[in-house]
Every structure is written in structure tokens, then in C-alpha cells.
Ligand binder design. Structure first.
Ligand SMILES: CC(C)(COP(=O)(O)OP(=O)(O)OC[C@H]1O[C@@H](n2cnc3c(N)ncnc32)[C@H](O)[C@@H]1OP(=O)(O)O)[C@@H](O)C(=O)NCCC(=O)NCCS
Length: 233
């Protein structure tokens, strides 16, 4: 069923469902089975649902995309193996040339700047900001409301509400910008203590984000988490 607008110069193969008000620009290629929700803008040259990039596993599932996403020009979102579909939620902004590999799960309202690369089976929660050219190791989990600096290489999971950067990426500071309504100091260490207090006082929103993070994190061992306190990762 196709209710969106597919430009005549885009190619759509197999079973592809495109929701209302979704626009697929010229020179996109969509390999079904792919389900795309409402009001998405898929910009020119984007490829969705191409076979999973895996030597030993075959493509079993494809791609599910929610509503209100912008997918920048020349991006690639590949189909999944037999784990689960490569899944994108709602309200994400992906800038030009991003690459989302097989079996990744991307939540809602995330911003991926130009040329972000996710290797296979990553999970990006909600409201995450990935700086230009950042690269994420396979099976990595990025907690909600965190930010990754441009050009970073992420080899560990990222606890929610942190800013991390570098190669390999390390803790930079607490993402106070995402913790509006609380008072913050200019001193990084004071903010770490304050953040710890918020967690122990069980600020509901933060606890929810941490719970969601732990659902997915730790697949590669608890040692592989960038945390807000030195010595605990
Ligand atoms: C990570 C980031 C949020 C940090 O911002 P900030 O807290 O204002 O950091 P500062 O500019 O004060 O830099 C602090 C230190 O971190 C370093 N640093 C900043 N960004 C870095 C990055 N991406 N990778 C490695 N180191 C970085 C700086 O060199 C500086 O090091 P120093 O203390 O040795 O001098 C920011 O630099 C960044 O990468 N933003 C994303 C930009 C982007 O992708 N824009 C795309 C727009 S479309």
C-alpha cells in the first residue's frame, strides 16, 4: 500500500509500504520488504533495505521506519539478518550520507550529523546527538540524551546524559543542556556529584532513561561502558 509520493526516478523493489505524506526523492532505491510510516522525507540517492552486510548471515528481515523522520541525501539503511528488522523510530534527523547497518535499533528524536556510521546491531536510544563523522562499533548502545563529539570513534556503550568524544571516545562532561531545570556548576567534578544525586534521588525521567539503557547495554560486558565517574568503567 503506497500513500506517499515516490518520485518516478526512484526505484522501489519488492514489498514496500509507504505511509501518507512521505516523500521519496529521485534516485533513491528501496529494497523491500520495507515499511515506512507517515510524513518522512527521504532525500535523493538514499538506499534503504539493501542486503545485510554480513558474510555468514543471510538477510532475514528488512527495515521498519516510523514517522516524521528526515533522512539526508546519499544515506544507507541496510536490511537486517534474522535477529530483528533494522528499526528506526520517529522524529529523527539524519543529515547527509549517514550509514545505519544491519539490525540496528534507533529510537526517537535523535540527530545524526553528516557521515555518521553505525556498525551492525547498535542501539541508539532517544534524543541522542551524534556529531559529524562519528563511528560506532558494532553492538554498541548509546543512552538517551547523550552527545558524541564530531569525529569520535565509539568503542563502548555510553551512559545516558553524557557528552563523550575522541578516538577512542571518553567521558567529556555531563550533558547539562539536556538536564534543564537543574542548577549546574562550571566545574565538571561538581556536576558529576550533582548528577549522581539526581540518579539516587530517582528523578523519574533520568531513571527511565537509565532503565532503557540497561535493557540493551552490557552485551559486550559491563567493562565496555563510558560512565560519568572515573574508575567505574
Ligand atoms: C564534543 C563537543 C560537544 C565538545 O564541546 P565543548 O564542551 O564546547 O568542548 P571545547 O570546545 O571547550 O573543547 C574542550 C576540549 O575537548 C576537545 N574536543 C572538543 N571536541 C572534540 C572532539 N569532537 N573530539 C576530540 N576532542 C574534542 C578540545 O580539543 C578541547 O581539548 P583541550 O581541553 O585539550 O584543549 C564538540 O566539540 C563537538 O564535537 N560538537 C559536535 C559538532 C558537530 O558535529 N557539528 C555538526 C554540525 S552539522
Amino acid at each position: 500500500m503506497t500513500k506517499g509520493y515516490i518520485h518516478p526516478k526512484a526505484q522501489v523493489w519488492g514489498k514496500v509500504i509507504v505511509g501518507e505524506d512521505t516523500i521519496i526523492e529521485p534516485f533513491c532505491v528501496i529494497h523491500g520488504p520495507v515499511t515506512i510510516g507517515k510524513n518522512n522525507l527521504i532525500q535523493t540517492g538514499t538506499v534503504i533495505g539493501s542486503p545485510a552486510e554480513h558474510r555468514s548471515k543471510k538477510t532475514g528481515n528488512s527495515v521498519i521506519i516510523g514517522n516524521d523522520n528526515i533522512i539526508g541525501p546519499h544515506s544507507v539503511i541496510t536490511g537486517a539478518t534474522d535477529i530483528h528488522p533494522t528499526t528506526i523510530g520517529d522524529g529523527n534527523l539524519f543529515m547527509a550520507g549517514i550509514h545505519i547497518s544491519h539490525d540496528c535499533i534507533v529510537g526517537n528524536d535523535n540527530t545524526f550529523s553528516h557521515k555518521v556510521i553505525l556498525a551492525g546491531e547498535c542501539a541508539i536510544m532517544n534524543n541522542v546527538n551524534l556529531g559529524s563523522g562519528s563511528m560506532v562499533h558494532q553492538k554498541t548502545v548509546i543512552g538517551s540524551n547523550s552527545m558524541v563529539g564530531m569525529g569520535s570513534v565509539l568503542t563502548k556503550d555510553v551512559f545516558p546524559y553524557l557528552i563523550v568524544c575522541g578516538n577512542p571516545a571518553k567521558f567529556h562532561k555531563i550533558n547539562t543542556h539536556r538536564l534543564k531545570g537543574y542548577r549546574w556548576s562550571s566545574d565538571n567534578d561538581s556536576n558529576k556529584i550533582k548528577f549522581k544525586e539526581l540518579i539516587t534521588k530517582k528523578s523519574e525521567e533520568i531513571i527511565h532513561d537509565i532503565r532503557e539503557f540497561h535493557k540493551y547495554s552490557g552485551k559486550r560486558g559491563k567493562q565496555r561502558v563510558i560512565y560519568y565517574e572515573e574508575g567505574l568503567n
